[in-house]
Design a binder for this molecule. Sequence first.
Ligand code: GTP
Ligand code: MG
Length: 240
Amino acid sequence: RKSVVRITTGSQALDELLGGGIETLCITEAFGEFRSGKTQLAHTLCVSTQLPLHMHGGNGKVAYIDTEGTFRPERIVPIAERFGMDANAVLDNIIYARAYTYEHQYNLLLGLAAKMAEEPFRLLIVDSVIALFRVDFSGRGELAERQQKLAQMLSRLTKIAEEFNVAVYITNQVIADPGGGMFITDPKKPAGGHVLAHAATIRLMLRKGKGEQRVCKIFDAPNLPEGEAVFQITTGGLMD
Ligand code: GTP
Ligand code: MG
């Protein structure tokens, strides 16, 4: 039986909200408006995952699937330095791939699973999990097919999380709610509908605060304690 590993986000407040950090064996989703910190959290996790367990890391490698072309290796350098790690060694342990279509994204997952069988990975990032689906199935009447393919991708991600004891961190976009009661106070909601809501174990809703300050709330989890975590985006990654 595999035991769960919790990986620090770099912010103690956010770690506490999460019960210690982002967890292996499941999917953590972050959604929020542009510049809310989804990709910066991904960059921080790329480094913190490689910390030893006693430093709240995962002592493992990282796989990064980038669908928007926003991974910046040069951002990894100051984050590694902040954690006292050698930046080149950290970069060597990030397996990076850019995906251009949803099918490409799916096939990359198959290739990564083969790699994970051979080397100790502790984190898989897909930033963003849904962007290519929204491009590739943009026509009217394609929603059902899109949701079916999205479900397939997410079930593959769940399988990878469980088989290799990795944390899966995915980012999602917000869409304007076309109408109706539930989101009347907040007209934005995560894309992906029930399919994504069902697949993600933890859903993080990020929003901008003052300056580099960001606020995270756990979305739609009646069993988890309510509350918010406030953190900063810095050159060294997420911090309190
Ligand atoms: P989208 O992908 O556009 O939806 O946004 P996102 O949620 O992924 O936002 P992202 O994580 O890219 O956050 C971008 C913000 O992080 C920038 O607007 C800056 O405020 C901050 N940021 C990025 N790099 C640095 C840095 O090197 N130093 C500092 N202090 N802040 C940074
Ligand atoms: Mg981003």
